[in-house]
Design a binder for this molecule. Structure first.
Ligand code: AP5
Ligand code: ZN
Length: 212
């Protein structure tokens, strides 16, 4: 299966991806995680992406399409993949479809994580992440066993640089203006999720959708 997770910042894409990966044996490709790794490693691509990410805007289509084109070629992804945070513009969606068509592949389902904007402020403000794995926690709804420490590695958790109210506003505008049209583009493949519900409830909705 090849599936796309689409939704505003903090809607739960990064929380549900590892669960879907585990349940359905798919690889997890998150452009945000790939870009943050490039920024941390100070690669030329990371240097170029940093400004847009820090301000809450979108990185160029060329950069993210290149990342996904490479990543989807890996043998690990031959059984299928979860795209988390990609495509985010109509151009990215068209390029993705062209790329898959050349490989006689296509997207099976698009999961549309619907959460009212007002609920996203708390989700973002309470988030703590383990940068190396991309795992995320929440102070209230999904706390780590020991505060500030990753459950699995014992390494410290951090706040994402773009997780502040000001940058969140810009990320939300980018979502409504540039990414919402992508949901229309895939209209026939879209499954709407009530993603304001608890993480376990959302997982149930996803498993029901993917069983069809
Ligand atoms: P990216 O990393 O993709 O960020 P985002 O889309 O803003 O999404 P988030 O990672 O903030 O949210 P999420 O949906 O993963 O939420 P999570 O599960 O962690 O992108 C970052 C930047 O990179 C972009 O701004 C852009 O600059 C650039 N970029 C990336 N991809 C790009 C592309 N394709 N094109 C151009 N630029 C690109 O959950 C959030 C919190 O809520 C957590 O604390 C979690 O524990 C909690 N939570 C999750 N689910 C629930 C629930 N059901 N109930 C209660 N709490 C929950
Ligand atoms: Zn995420």
């Amino acid at each position: 299966k090849r599936i796309i997770l689409i939704g505003p910042p903090g809607c739960g894409k990064g929380t549900q991806s590892p669960r879907i990966k585990y349940d359905h044996c798919l690889c997890h490709l998150a452009t945000g995680d790939m870009l943050r790794a490039a920024v941390a490693a100070k690669t030329p691509l990371g240097m170029e992406a940093k400004k847009a990410m820090d301000s809450g805007g979108l990185v160029s289509d060329e950069i993210v399409v290149g990342l996904i084109e490479e990543a989807t070629k890996s043998p690990e992804c031959s059984k299928g993949f979860i795209l988390d945070g990609f495509p985010r513009t109509l151009v990215q969606a068209q390029k993705l479809d062209e790329m898959l068509a050349k490989r006689a592949q296509s997207i099976d389902k698009v999961l549309d994580f619907q959460v009212p904007d007002r609920m996203l402020v708390d989700r973002i403000a309470g988030r703590w992440v383990h940068p190396a794995s991309g795992r995320s926690y929440h102070e209230k709804t999904a706390p780590p066993k020991v505060p500030g420490v990753d459950d699995i590695t014992g390494e410290p958790l951090i706040k994402r640089k773009d997780d502040n109210v000001e940058t969140l506003k810009a990320r939300l505008s980018a979502f409504h203006e540039q990414t919402a049209p992508v949901i229309q583009y895939y209209a026939k493949k879209v499954i709407q999720l009530q993603a304001q519900k608890s993480a376990d409830e959302v997982s149930k909705q996803i498993n029901a959708a993917l069983a069809k």
